[in-house]
Design a protein around this ligand. Structure first.
Ligand code: ADP
Ligand code: MG
Length: 419
Protein backbone atom coordinates (compact mmCIF):
# COMPACT_ATOMS: atom_id res chain seq x y z
CA UNK A 1 0.00 0.00 0.00
CA UNK A 2 1.19 3.50 -0.77
CA UNK A 3 1.17 6.09 1.93
CA UNK A 4 -0.68 9.30 1.27
CA UNK A 5 2.38 11.31 0.20
CA UNK A 6 3.91 8.67 -2.06
CA UNK A 7 3.84 9.23 -5.81
CA UNK A 8 5.02 7.35 -8.86
CA UNK A 9 7.83 9.91 -9.21
CA UNK A 10 9.47 9.30 -5.85
CA UNK A 11 12.21 6.99 -7.02
CA UNK A 12 13.42 9.43 -9.64
CA UNK A 13 14.22 12.14 -7.12
CA UNK A 14 15.65 9.65 -4.65
CA UNK A 15 18.22 8.86 -7.31
CA UNK A 16 19.39 12.44 -6.88
CA UNK A 17 20.91 11.80 -3.49
CA UNK A 18 23.62 10.08 -5.47
CA UNK A 19 24.03 11.48 -8.92
CA UNK A 20 25.70 9.94 -11.95
CA UNK A 21 26.41 13.05 -14.00
CA UNK A 22 27.65 16.39 -12.84
CA UNK A 23 25.67 19.19 -14.51
CA UNK A 24 28.29 19.05 -17.25
CA UNK A 25 27.32 16.19 -19.50
CA UNK A 26 27.88 18.33 -22.61
CA UNK A 27 31.56 17.47 -22.12
CA UNK A 28 30.67 14.04 -23.52
CA UNK A 29 29.12 15.43 -26.66
CA UNK A 30 30.95 15.29 -29.98
CA UNK A 31 30.79 19.07 -30.46
CA UNK A 32 32.83 19.77 -27.34
CA UNK A 33 36.54 20.38 -28.02
CA UNK A 34 38.78 19.77 -24.99
CA UNK A 35 41.75 22.01 -24.13
CA UNK A 36 44.14 19.17 -24.83
CA UNK A 37 43.68 16.37 -27.38
CA UNK A 38 45.51 13.23 -26.21
CA UNK A 39 47.34 11.16 -28.86
CA UNK A 40 47.14 13.76 -31.58
CA UNK A 41 50.38 15.63 -30.86
CA UNK A 42 52.02 14.37 -34.02
CA UNK A 43 49.14 15.27 -36.34
CA UNK A 44 48.69 18.66 -34.69
CA UNK A 45 52.37 19.55 -34.95
CA UNK A 46 52.46 18.40 -38.57
CA UNK A 47 49.55 20.73 -39.37
CA UNK A 48 50.92 23.56 -37.23
CA UNK A 49 54.23 23.24 -39.06
CA UNK A 50 52.58 23.70 -42.44
CA UNK A 51 50.21 26.47 -41.33
CA UNK A 52 52.78 28.46 -39.34
CA UNK A 53 53.90 29.94 -42.66
CA UNK A 54 50.72 32.04 -42.50
CA UNK A 55 51.96 33.79 -39.35
CA UNK A 56 54.89 35.08 -41.40
CA UNK A 57 52.50 36.43 -44.02
CA UNK A 58 53.20 33.70 -46.58
CA UNK A 59 50.68 31.33 -48.15
CA UNK A 60 50.86 27.84 -46.65
CA UNK A 61 50.39 24.85 -48.98
CA UNK A 62 46.84 23.61 -49.42
CA UNK A 63 46.25 20.52 -47.29
CA UNK A 64 44.04 17.46 -47.52
CA UNK A 65 43.36 15.72 -44.21
CA UNK A 66 42.23 12.10 -44.42
CA UNK A 67 40.98 9.81 -41.64
CA UNK A 68 38.01 7.66 -40.66
CA UNK A 69 35.08 9.03 -38.64
CA UNK A 70 35.90 9.88 -35.05
CA UNK A 71 39.67 10.11 -35.49
CA UNK A 72 39.67 13.72 -34.26
CA UNK A 73 39.94 15.57 -37.58
CA UNK A 74 37.30 18.19 -36.83
CA UNK A 75 38.41 18.56 -33.22
CA UNK A 76 42.04 19.15 -34.26
CA UNK A 77 41.09 21.58 -37.04
CA UNK A 78 39.06 23.69 -34.61
CA UNK A 79 41.73 23.44 -31.94
CA UNK A 80 44.39 24.69 -34.36
CA UNK A 81 42.09 27.55 -35.38
CA UNK A 82 41.76 28.59 -31.75
CA UNK A 83 45.52 28.44 -31.19
CA UNK A 84 46.23 30.45 -34.34
CA UNK A 85 43.78 33.13 -33.29
CA UNK A 86 45.42 33.32 -29.86
CA UNK A 87 48.84 33.69 -31.43
CA UNK A 88 47.70 36.47 -33.75
CA UNK A 89 46.06 38.31 -30.85
CA UNK A 90 48.92 38.00 -28.37
CA UNK A 91 52.12 38.14 -30.42
CA UNK A 92 52.83 41.34 -32.31
CA UNK A 93 55.35 39.60 -34.57
CA UNK A 94 52.52 37.47 -35.99
CA UNK A 95 50.98 38.61 -39.27
CA UNK A 96 47.22 38.68 -39.78
CA UNK A 97 45.58 35.26 -40.29
CA UNK A 98 41.86 34.68 -40.93
CA UNK A 99 40.57 31.21 -40.12
CA UNK A 100 37.26 30.27 -41.76
CA UNK A 101 35.61 26.95 -40.92
CA UNK A 102 32.81 25.56 -43.13
CA UNK A 103 31.11 22.18 -42.74
CA UNK A 104 30.17 21.08 -46.26
CA UNK A 105 27.58 18.64 -44.97
CA UNK A 106 25.62 21.57 -43.56
CA UNK A 107 26.37 24.06 -46.34
CA UNK A 108 26.27 21.91 -49.43
CA UNK A 109 25.73 24.08 -52.50
CA UNK A 110 28.32 25.99 -54.45
CA UNK A 111 26.47 29.24 -53.73
CA UNK A 112 26.13 28.36 -50.04
CA UNK A 113 29.84 27.68 -49.57
CA UNK A 114 30.93 30.91 -51.25
CA UNK A 115 28.33 32.97 -49.34
CA UNK A 116 29.26 31.35 -46.01
CA UNK A 117 32.96 32.13 -46.51
CA UNK A 118 32.19 35.70 -47.55
CA UNK A 119 29.88 36.25 -44.59
CA UNK A 120 32.67 35.32 -42.20
CA UNK A 121 34.12 38.73 -42.85
CA UNK A 122 30.97 40.81 -42.36
CA UNK A 123 29.92 42.42 -39.12
CA UNK A 124 26.47 43.80 -39.86
CA UNK A 125 23.43 42.09 -41.36
CA UNK A 126 23.21 44.64 -44.19
CA UNK A 127 26.58 43.55 -45.51
CA UNK A 128 25.64 39.89 -45.60
CA UNK A 129 25.45 37.98 -48.84
CA UNK A 130 21.84 36.66 -48.92
CA UNK A 131 21.17 32.89 -48.69
CA UNK A 132 19.95 32.81 -52.29
CA UNK A 133 19.18 35.08 -55.17
CA UNK A 134 22.43 36.64 -56.28
CA UNK A 135 24.10 35.54 -59.52
CA UNK A 136 27.12 33.32 -58.78
CA UNK A 137 29.50 35.83 -60.26
CA UNK A 138 28.33 38.54 -57.88
CA UNK A 139 28.77 36.22 -54.90
CA UNK A 140 32.27 35.31 -56.06
CA UNK A 141 33.27 38.95 -56.59
CA UNK A 142 31.97 39.94 -53.17
CA UNK A 143 33.88 37.09 -51.58
CA UNK A 144 37.05 38.13 -53.36
CA UNK A 145 36.64 41.78 -52.31
CA UNK A 146 36.11 40.82 -48.70
CA UNK A 147 39.10 38.51 -48.50
CA UNK A 148 41.19 41.19 -50.12
CA UNK A 149 39.93 43.87 -47.73
CA UNK A 150 40.61 41.60 -44.75
CA UNK A 151 44.27 41.35 -45.85
CA UNK A 152 46.75 38.82 -44.55
CA UNK A 153 46.42 35.09 -45.13
CA UNK A 154 42.98 33.47 -45.14
CA UNK A 155 42.80 29.76 -44.28
CA UNK A 156 39.58 28.16 -45.46
CA UNK A 157 38.75 24.86 -43.77
CA UNK A 158 36.29 22.77 -45.77
CA UNK A 159 35.22 19.95 -43.44
CA UNK A 160 33.51 16.90 -45.00
CA UNK A 161 34.65 18.23 -48.36
CA UNK A 162 33.67 14.95 -50.10
CA UNK A 163 29.98 15.73 -49.42
CA UNK A 164 30.32 18.90 -51.40
CA UNK A 165 32.10 17.21 -54.29
CA UNK A 166 29.50 14.43 -54.55
CA UNK A 167 26.52 16.80 -54.33
CA UNK A 168 27.70 19.85 -56.21
CA UNK A 169 30.82 18.84 -58.14
CA UNK A 170 34.24 20.37 -57.65
CA UNK A 171 33.77 23.75 -59.28
CA UNK A 172 33.84 25.68 -56.02
CA UNK A 173 37.24 24.15 -55.25
CA UNK A 174 38.46 25.38 -58.59
CA UNK A 175 37.22 28.91 -57.84
CA UNK A 176 38.74 28.94 -54.37
CA UNK A 177 42.13 27.57 -55.36
CA UNK A 178 42.13 30.13 -58.16
CA UNK A 179 41.58 33.10 -55.84
CA UNK A 180 45.31 33.67 -55.31
CA UNK A 181 45.85 34.45 -58.98
CA UNK A 182 43.09 37.06 -58.86
CA UNK A 183 44.10 38.97 -55.74
CA UNK A 184 47.01 41.26 -55.00
CA UNK A 185 46.94 42.07 -51.30
CA UNK A 186 45.73 38.80 -49.80
CA UNK A 187 46.48 35.07 -49.91
CA UNK A 188 44.28 32.02 -49.52
CA UNK A 189 44.95 28.39 -48.53
CA UNK A 190 42.43 25.59 -48.55
CA UNK A 191 42.38 22.80 -45.96
CA UNK A 192 40.03 20.01 -46.99
CA UNK A 193 38.96 17.36 -44.46
CA UNK A 194 37.41 14.02 -45.43
CA UNK A 195 36.81 10.46 -44.29
CA UNK A 196 36.60 9.30 -47.88
CA UNK A 197 40.02 8.66 -49.38
CA UNK A 198 38.47 8.07 -52.82
CA UNK A 199 36.70 11.39 -53.31
CA UNK A 200 39.61 12.97 -55.17
CA UNK A 201 39.00 10.45 -57.99
CA UNK A 202 35.94 12.57 -58.78
CA UNK A 203 37.96 15.75 -59.20
CA UNK A 204 39.59 17.16 -62.28
CA UNK A 205 43.31 16.53 -62.31
CA UNK A 206 44.29 20.20 -61.91
CA UNK A 207 42.04 20.65 -58.85
CA UNK A 208 43.24 17.39 -57.37
CA UNK A 209 46.88 18.43 -57.66
CA UNK A 210 46.25 21.90 -56.28
CA UNK A 211 44.29 20.71 -53.28
CA UNK A 212 46.63 17.93 -52.33
CA UNK A 213 49.83 19.95 -52.04
CA UNK A 214 50.22 18.40 -48.60
CA UNK A 215 48.46 15.35 -47.17
CA UNK A 216 47.99 14.50 -43.51
CA UNK A 217 46.50 11.19 -42.39
CA UNK A 218 44.75 10.67 -39.05
CA UNK A 219 45.07 6.99 -38.06
CA UNK A 220 42.33 5.27 -36.01
CA UNK A 221 42.78 5.17 -32.22
CA UNK A 222 43.58 1.90 -30.47
CA UNK A 223 41.80 0.82 -27.28
CA UNK A 224 44.46 2.30 -24.97
CA UNK A 225 44.33 5.67 -26.70
CA UNK A 226 40.53 5.72 -26.54
CA UNK A 227 40.79 4.97 -22.82
CA UNK A 228 42.86 8.12 -22.27
CA UNK A 229 40.39 10.19 -24.27
CA UNK A 230 37.47 8.83 -22.25
CA UNK A 231 39.17 9.27 -18.87
CA UNK A 232 39.76 12.95 -19.65
CA UNK A 233 36.12 13.56 -20.57
CA UNK A 234 34.64 11.30 -17.86
CA UNK A 235 36.42 13.31 -15.15
CA UNK A 236 34.63 16.41 -16.38
CA UNK A 237 31.18 14.87 -16.90
CA UNK A 238 30.67 12.22 -14.22
CA UNK A 239 30.50 12.45 -10.42
CA UNK A 240 33.44 10.88 -8.63
CA UNK A 241 32.96 7.12 -8.25
CA UNK A 242 29.96 7.03 -10.59
CA UNK A 243 31.67 4.63 -13.01
CA UNK A 244 32.47 1.00 -12.27
CA UNK A 245 36.21 0.56 -13.08
CA UNK A 246 35.47 -1.76 -16.00
CA UNK A 247 33.21 0.72 -17.79
CA UNK A 248 35.78 2.91 -19.57
CA UNK A 249 37.95 -0.06 -20.72
CA UNK A 250 34.81 -1.72 -22.08
CA UNK A 251 33.66 1.37 -24.00
CA UNK A 252 37.19 1.76 -25.39
CA UNK A 253 37.46 -1.89 -26.44
CA UNK A 254 34.06 -1.84 -28.18
CA UNK A 255 34.87 1.38 -30.05
CA UNK A 256 38.32 0.10 -31.00
CA UNK A 257 36.68 -2.96 -32.58
CA UNK A 258 34.42 -0.67 -34.55
CA UNK A 259 37.36 1.19 -36.19
CA UNK A 260 38.99 3.26 -33.47
CA UNK A 261 36.20 5.83 -33.42
CA UNK A 262 36.41 8.31 -30.49
CA UNK A 263 32.90 9.55 -31.17
CA UNK A 264 31.49 6.03 -30.79
CA UNK A 265 33.46 5.57 -27.54
CA UNK A 266 32.08 8.83 -26.14
CA UNK A 267 28.53 7.98 -27.26
CA UNK A 268 28.76 4.59 -25.54
CA UNK A 269 29.88 6.20 -22.30
CA UNK A 270 27.26 8.95 -22.40
CA UNK A 271 24.35 6.66 -23.31
CA UNK A 272 25.45 4.10 -20.67
CA UNK A 273 25.34 6.90 -18.10
CA UNK A 274 21.91 8.01 -19.27
CA UNK A 275 20.55 4.46 -19.10
CA UNK A 276 21.95 4.02 -15.57
CA UNK A 277 20.40 7.33 -14.56
CA UNK A 278 17.02 6.35 -15.95
CA UNK A 279 17.18 3.04 -14.07
CA UNK A 280 17.98 5.02 -10.92
CA UNK A 281 21.15 2.98 -10.53
CA UNK A 282 23.76 4.45 -8.20
CA UNK A 283 26.67 3.48 -10.42
CA UNK A 284 27.24 2.92 -14.18
CA UNK A 285 27.99 -0.79 -14.70
CA UNK A 286 29.14 -2.95 -17.61
CA UNK A 287 25.58 -4.05 -18.35
CA UNK A 288 24.66 -0.41 -18.99
CA UNK A 289 27.41 -0.24 -21.62
CA UNK A 290 26.02 -3.34 -23.36
CA UNK A 291 22.55 -1.81 -23.32
CA UNK A 292 24.01 1.42 -24.69
CA UNK A 293 25.66 -0.51 -27.53
CA UNK A 294 22.33 -2.07 -28.51
CA UNK A 295 20.55 1.25 -28.34
CA UNK A 296 23.15 3.01 -30.48
CA UNK A 297 23.15 0.22 -33.08
CA UNK A 298 19.37 0.36 -33.26
CA UNK A 299 19.47 4.14 -33.67
CA UNK A 300 21.98 3.76 -36.50
CA UNK A 301 19.79 1.15 -38.23
CA UNK A 302 16.70 3.36 -37.86
CA UNK A 303 18.61 6.23 -39.42
CA UNK A 304 19.57 4.00 -42.36
CA UNK A 305 15.89 3.06 -42.84
CA UNK A 306 14.90 6.71 -42.64
CA UNK A 307 17.32 7.64 -45.43
CA UNK A 308 16.46 4.80 -47.85
CA UNK A 309 15.32 5.90 -51.33
CA UNK A 310 11.54 5.85 -51.86
CA UNK A 311 11.51 2.66 -53.96
CA UNK A 312 13.35 0.75 -51.23
CA UNK A 313 10.94 2.12 -48.66
CA UNK A 314 7.97 0.89 -50.71
CA UNK A 315 9.66 -2.49 -51.07
CA UNK A 316 10.32 -2.71 -47.34
CA UNK A 317 6.70 -1.76 -46.62
CA UNK A 318 5.58 -4.55 -48.96
CA UNK A 319 7.72 -7.02 -47.02
CA UNK A 320 6.50 -5.81 -43.63
CA UNK A 321 2.84 -5.92 -44.59
CA UNK A 322 3.19 -9.26 -46.36
CA UNK A 323 4.91 -10.96 -43.46
CA UNK A 324 2.48 -9.39 -41.01
CA UNK A 325 -0.58 -10.54 -42.90
CA UNK A 326 0.21 -14.14 -43.78
CA UNK A 327 3.44 -15.84 -42.83
CA UNK A 328 6.77 -14.82 -41.37
CA UNK A 329 8.52 -15.35 -44.69
CA UNK A 330 7.78 -14.61 -48.33
CA UNK A 331 9.23 -15.64 -51.68
CA UNK A 332 10.70 -13.06 -54.05
CA UNK A 333 7.64 -13.47 -56.31
CA UNK A 334 5.21 -12.78 -53.48
CA UNK A 335 7.20 -9.74 -52.44
CA UNK A 336 7.14 -8.45 -56.01
CA UNK A 337 3.35 -8.86 -56.33
CA UNK A 338 2.87 -7.05 -53.07
CA UNK A 339 5.28 -4.32 -54.09
CA UNK A 340 3.43 -3.68 -57.36
CA UNK A 341 0.16 -3.38 -55.48
CA UNK A 342 1.71 -0.80 -53.13
CA UNK A 343 3.09 1.18 -56.07
CA UNK A 344 -0.44 1.30 -57.48
CA UNK A 345 -1.83 2.66 -54.21
CA UNK A 346 0.92 5.27 -53.89
CA UNK A 347 0.81 6.10 -57.62
CA UNK A 348 4.49 5.33 -58.10
CA UNK A 349 5.70 3.60 -61.24
CA UNK A 350 7.05 0.16 -60.28
CA UNK A 351 10.58 -1.04 -61.01
CA UNK A 352 11.27 -4.28 -62.87
CA UNK A 353 11.56 -7.54 -60.96
CA UNK A 354 15.29 -7.55 -61.73
CA UNK A 355 15.81 -4.18 -60.04
CA UNK A 356 13.71 -5.27 -57.09
CA UNK A 357 15.87 -8.38 -56.74
CA UNK A 358 18.88 -6.04 -56.47
CA UNK A 359 17.15 -3.85 -53.90
CA UNK A 360 16.29 -6.98 -51.87
CA UNK A 361 20.00 -7.85 -51.79
CA UNK A 362 20.78 -4.33 -50.61
CA UNK A 363 18.28 -4.52 -47.75
CA UNK A 364 19.77 -7.91 -46.86
CA UNK A 365 23.28 -6.45 -46.79
CA UNK A 366 22.15 -3.59 -44.53
CA UNK A 367 20.79 -6.17 -42.06
CA UNK A 368 17.18 -4.97 -42.40
CA UNK A 369 15.90 -8.23 -43.89
CA UNK A 370 17.40 -11.67 -44.36
CA UNK A 371 17.07 -13.41 -47.72
CA UNK A 372 18.04 -17.08 -47.92
CA UNK A 373 18.20 -19.11 -51.10
CA UNK A 374 15.91 -22.14 -51.24
CA UNK A 375 15.75 -24.74 -53.99
CA UNK A 376 12.73 -26.94 -54.53
CA UNK A 377 14.45 -30.22 -55.34
CA UNK A 378 15.49 -31.35 -58.80
CA UNK A 379 13.92 -29.20 -61.52
CA UNK A 380 11.84 -27.32 -58.97
CA UNK A 381 13.69 -24.02 -59.45
CA UNK A 382 15.03 -21.72 -56.80
CA UNK A 383 13.72 -18.72 -54.94
CA UNK A 384 14.76 -16.61 -52.04
CA UNK A 385 12.86 -16.68 -48.78
CA UNK A 386 12.63 -13.25 -47.23
CA UNK A 387 12.19 -12.48 -43.56
CA UNK A 388 12.21 -9.23 -41.66
CA UNK A 389 15.16 -8.71 -39.28
CA UNK A 390 13.83 -5.55 -37.61
CA UNK A 391 10.77 -4.79 -35.51
CA UNK A 392 7.76 -4.45 -37.87
CA UNK A 393 5.87 -1.98 -35.70
CA UNK A 394 8.77 0.40 -35.13
CA UNK A 395 9.96 0.19 -38.74
CA UNK A 396 6.48 0.87 -40.05
CA UNK A 397 6.24 3.97 -37.93
CA UNK A 398 9.63 5.22 -39.18
CA UNK A 399 8.62 4.53 -42.79
CA UNK A 400 5.30 6.33 -42.26
CA UNK A 401 7.19 9.60 -41.70
CA UNK A 402 7.29 9.54 -45.51
CA UNK A 403 3.99 10.74 -47.01
CA UNK A 404 3.94 8.17 -49.80
CA UNK A 405 4.41 5.31 -47.39
CA UNK A 406 1.76 6.66 -45.04
CA UNK A 407 -0.72 6.55 -47.92
CA UNK A 408 0.02 2.85 -48.37
CA UNK A 409 -0.12 2.02 -44.65
CA UNK A 410 -3.42 3.89 -44.20
CA UNK A 411 -4.91 2.25 -47.28
CA UNK A 412 -3.96 -1.19 -46.03
CA UNK A 413 -5.29 -0.71 -42.52
CA UNK A 414 -8.60 0.52 -44.00
CA UNK A 415 -8.71 -2.61 -46.15
CA UNK A 416 -8.09 -4.86 -43.18
CA UNK A 417 -10.84 -3.16 -41.21
CA UNK A 418 -13.28 -3.78 -44.08
CA UNK A 419 -12.89 -7.56 -43.83
P1 ADP B 1 36.19 13.33 -36.97
O1 ADP B 1 36.04 14.76 -37.38
O2 ADP B 1 37.51 12.74 -37.34
O3 ADP B 1 35.06 12.46 -37.42
P2 ADP B 1 35.88 14.44 -34.36
O4 ADP B 1 37.01 15.40 -34.34
O5 ADP B 1 34.52 15.01 -34.56
O6 ADP B 1 36.17 13.27 -35.38
O7 ADP B 1 35.92 13.63 -33.00
C1 ADP B 1 34.79 12.96 -32.49
C2 ADP B 1 34.69 13.17 -31.02
O8 ADP B 1 35.82 12.60 -30.36
C3 ADP B 1 34.68 14.62 -30.59
O9 ADP B 1 33.84 14.75 -29.47
C4 ADP B 1 36.10 14.91 -30.22
O10 ADP B 1 36.16 15.92 -29.25
C5 ADP B 1 36.54 13.58 -29.65
N1 ADP B 1 37.96 13.37 -29.88
C6 ADP B 1 38.52 12.92 -31.00
N2 ADP B 1 39.86 12.83 -30.85
C7 ADP B 1 40.11 13.24 -29.59
C8 ADP B 1 41.31 13.37 -28.82
N3 ADP B 1 42.50 13.05 -29.33
N4 ADP B 1 41.19 13.82 -27.57
C9 ADP B 1 40.01 14.13 -27.04
N5 ADP B 1 38.86 14.04 -27.71
C10 ADP B 1 38.90 13.59 -28.97
MG1 MG C 1 34.50 15.59 -38.52
Amino acid sequence: MRTENETIFDRYLEGQTRRIFKNERHYLRAEYIPEYLPHRDEEISQLAGILSTALKGERPSNILIFGKTGTGKTACAKYIGKELRRKVETDERAKKVNYVYINCKVVDTEYGVLAAIGNNFTRTDDEKIPFTGWPMEKVYNHLKDRIEAAKGVTLIILDEIDQHVYKSGGNVLYLLTNLNDEMQGAKVSIIGITNDSKFTDHLEMRIKTRLGEEKVVFPPYNADELKDILVQRADMAFEKGALEPAVIPLCSALAAQEHGDARRALDLLRVAGEIAERECATIVAERHVHKAKNKIELDVLNEIIRSLPTQSKVLLTAIIMGTEADTTQMTTGEVYDNYREMCRVARISPLTQRRITDLISELDMLGIISATLKSFGRGGGRTRLIRLSVSPVETKSILSEDDEIRTIVDYRSRQIRLF
